[in-house]
Design a protein around this ligand. Sequence first.
Ligand SMILES: [Zn+2]
Ligand SMILES: [Zn+2]
Length: 155
Amino acid sequence: MKGKCTCGAVHFELTDKPLIVHCCHCRWCQRESGSAFALNAFIEAKHVQVTAGAVEAVDIPSESGAGQRVHRCADCKVALWANYLGLGTDFSFVKAGTLDAPDKCPPDVHIFTESKQPWVVLDDGLPVYEKYYRRSETWSEGSMKRFHALMDGRE
Ligand SMILES: [Zn+2]
Ligand SMILES: [Zn+2]
């Protein structure tokens, strides 16, 4: 899957499928997006490859306190993906709306629905969690393997 910023200077590519795609209804995502939820494709950072243009990293606060590093186009400043620093920089959360074909990156799960806006009606049959979930219960076996391959290598 390919994506780009608004001015077109930055082009990037996902070189593998996302581990999982979150539709996050938390207040932080609502504030950062200015909308009702965020759509984040969770993937190994090494599988997000910049094919053109310059990306700049901006650190902003996050709910965990560890911070979030948002990667933006250096020219038009549109946010493309982020690292949650509590999890580290090995994983990125790609903003699905920046993909050329966002329809091909639908959510796998709804999270933090405790703060879901009431007009957002969920009838897509996906798992719904008031807060977060247990990875082993929600992720595919293949995604768990990829996640552990990176996490185990870190220790
Ligand atoms: Zn741009
Ligand atoms: Zn969120």
